[in-house]
Design a protein around this ligand. Structure first.
Ligand code: NAD
Length: 491
């Protein structure tokens, strides 16, 4: 089996340690690839290459339209190779091929969106209060960007960082999750093919505590953009503080989905499942916290359980599979313990809460879709991100109570409200403390709208115009057209 390499300064290299890591298919534990295992020394080399490419290179000085053209080419190449990329993503993550194909479409869309807006905002003129002067603000790249991504949406999360960083004129070093690096490696091949110059986009592979720490603290890095868990986010902030660099954090979520009695019942039931069960619930924005009006609680739970029990688990490549496995054995154990703790705290299992008893799934890291009722905000299953196919259900009596429950979280990534009373919907969303709120929908996102969290879900925004601004510095240029002596000192 070929060992996949890291990309530093335009060269595909083995890691200095010569160690390798096996990449596993979570459906059957088969080794699907071997990758070189980068270490601190490799990260340092990649950072130096990115620094040199920024300081001496042509990339930051190309026009935004020229950079945009290369980024548009990346979108075209992703579209060209979408089947291969989607297959790799499903092998690596276990998600269904249909989901991975959607992801590839979204990813091409993200590169295309940033290519399109790249040259639409050259800066602003300021109305200078000083006579005979010109005052203006121009946007410049931040410099060398470290980008660290998680395993759940490997290439999608990477695209949210790569596309804006490149069009803005930065150079970068990306570190994908050590568990799911395959589509990111392939995307770097496509970026080379599209014409991204040597040293502009570097790729290191390997674990967070060595490679990730180096990327976060190294003095030559100007910005670290991270998507992943809350505890890792805290470590990255700390590491980045050593040399004071910009930090953008996209962290976890525990996302409420409020369902009022006047919502369209069948649609709300159907969408409550869509909100959670894609990629086996391993989604930062999964609507795992259902908060339902008490008058429809029993009927809602009954209808939900009926549908949930029909979810078909299996190989993501088999027709009819609706849900694949969890990402790893370690993660499966975390989800098992998370549910057990909830049960100890008083949550009642109405379905699931165990591994499937199905011979064809025995080699995969499967967990049954699970619904827990009688949940209250003090419970750990309601407060903590489980990152599995697990729904907790709470009840409310009044609109105010629904919003209070929804906001009772350290997280603030996203949430949803289902009602046919439009004024009520608007009142609720105006009080919900989250970066994205959906009315009569869930989990919709697109490149044009910003994505990010309130509270401990992080700071900074990806996607949209704001996602580009994260990768730009604003420089104020004041030009005095008629300089005169002031004679203030030493008169
Ligand atoms: P994780 O925090 O364990 O790892 C994420 C990345 O950080 C990996 O590449 C990992 O190697 C690296 N890392 C680990 N320790 C590090 C350190 N000390 N310094 C630097 N880098 C380090 O997260 P995960 O388990 O891969 O992903 C799941 C988490 O990601 C969930 O909490 C989920 O909510 C979150 N997530 C958030 C969003 C969002 O948009 N807010 C999107 C996707 C995933």
């Amino acid at each position: 089996m070929n060992i996949k390499k890291q990309l530093i300064d335009g060269k595909w290299l083995y890691a200095q340690s010569e160690q390798t890591r096996e990449i596993i298919n979570p459906f059957n534990r088969e080794v699907i690839a071997k990758v070189t295992e980068s270490g601190k020394a490799d990260a340092k080399l990649a950072i130096e290459a990115a620094r040199k490419a920024f300081d001496d290179g042509i990339w930051p000085t190309l026009s935004t339209a020229e950079r945009g053209a290369i980024v548009r080419k990346i979108a075209d190449l992703i579209e060209r190779d979408q089947e291969e990329l989607a297959t790799l993503e499903s092998l690596d993550t276990g998600k269904t091929l249909e989901e991975s194909l959607w992801d590839m479409e979204d990813i091409a869309g993200v590169f295309r969106y940033y290519a399109d807006i790249a040259d639409k905002n050259a800066g602003v003129m300021i109305d200078s209060p000083i006579q005979n002067s010109i005052s203006r603000v121009v946007y410049e790249p931040v410099g060398v960007c470290a980008q660290i991504t998680p395993w759940n949406y490997p290439l999608l999360q990477a695209s949210w960082k790569l596309a804006p960083a490149l069009v803005a004129g930065n150079t970068l070093i990306m570190k994908p999750s050590e568990i799911t690096p395959l589509t990111t490696i392939k995307a770097f091949e496509l970026m080379e093919e599209a014409g991204v110059p040597d040293g502009v986009a570097n790729l290191v592979l390997g674990p967070g505590n060595t490679v990730g720490t180096e990327l976060s603290e190294n003095v030559l890095v100007d910005l670290v953009s991270f998507t992943g868990g809350l505890e890792t986010g805290k470590k990255i902030m700390q590491a980045a503080s050593k040399n004071v660099k910009k930090v953008a954090l996209e962290l976890g979520g525990k996302n409420p989905n409020i369902i009022f009695a006047d919502a369209d019942f069948d649609i709300a039931v159907d969408q409550a499942m869509n909100a959670v069960f894609f990629h086996a619930g391993q989604i930062c924005s999964a609507g795992t916290r259902i908060i339902v009006e008490d008058s429809i609680h029993d009927e809602f739970v009954e209808a939900l359980v009926k549908r949930v029990n029909k979810i078909k688990l299996g190989n993501g490549f088999d027709e009819g599979t609706e849900m694949g496995p969890l990402i790893s054995e370690e993660h499966l154990h975390k989800v098992i313990q998370y549910v057990e703790k909830g049960i100890e705290e008083g949550a009642v299992v109405v379905t699931g809460a165990k591994q499937p008893n199905d011979e064809s799934l025995k080699d995969g890291f499967f967990y049954l879709p699970t619904i827990l009722t009688e949940c209250t905000t003090e419970m750990s299953v309601v407060q903590n991100e489980g990152f599995g196919p697990v729904i907790t259900i709470e009840k409310f009596a009044t609109e105010e109570e629904a919003v209070t429950l929804a906001n009772d979280s350290i997280y603030g990534l996203s949430g949803g409200v289902w009602t046919n009373d439009l004024a009520k919907a608007e009142r609720c969303v105006s009080k919900m403390r989250m970066g994205t709120v959906w009315i009569n929908d869930f989990n919709i996102y697109f490149p044009h709208a910003p994505w990010g969290g309130y509270k401990q879900s992080g700071f900074g925004r990806e996607l949209g115009q704001t996602g580009l601004e994260e990768y730009q510095e604003q420089k104020h240029i004041f030009h005095n057209l008629q300089p005169e002596a002031i004679n203030w000192f030493g008169k």
